[in-house]
Each structure stands twice: as C-alpha cells, then as structure tokens.
Write a protein that binds this ligand. Structure first.
Ligand code: 9UX
Length: 72
C-alpha cells in the first residue's frame, strides 16, 4: 500500500537545494519516490503510510533549511 503527498517548498534557489531535499527525504525508511521541482516550488513524495507520515516528511524539509506546507 502506498500514499502520495504534495508539499509547497519555499526558499529553494538552486539545484543543490533540490538535491539536498531529495537526498534527505529519500534516506528515510518508507519513502518510495521523491520529485522536487525548483520551477514549481513543489515536492511530491510517494510513501508507505505505515512507515512515515506527511507531517514527518514536512519536518525533514523544514530541518533541511526550507519551509514546507502540505498542499495535497
Ligand atoms: Mo544553492 Mo540552496 O547555493 O540552500 S544550495 S541556494
């Protein structure tokens, strides 16, 4: 079983920001896919809901130095 979540992400300004967020989320157990877009300022994540929650994913983005909001 899998779920997906979309976050808006503020303060990304270069490709290294995208790489940092992608790596930090991808490192978590239960994360299946991560797609971070600088152009749309969004982060799409596919995950196993028994293993990780959208709130935890938001914290990872915030702790990486950005500001995420769950939008979908
Ligand atoms: Mo680029 Mo992002 O120099 O935090 S890594 S702005």
């Amino acid at each position: 079983e899998q779920s997906s979540a979309v976050f808006s992400v503020q303060h990304m300004t270069c490709g290294a920001c995208v790489a940092t967020i992608t790596q930090n989320i991808s490192a978590e157990r239960g994360v299946l896919e991560v797609d971070v877009s600088l152009a749309t300022e969004e982060c799409h994540v596919v995950f196993v809901p028994e293993m990780i929650t959208p709130a935890q994913i938001k914290e990872i983005i915030d702790d990486s130095g950005f500001e995420a909001e769950l939008i979908n």
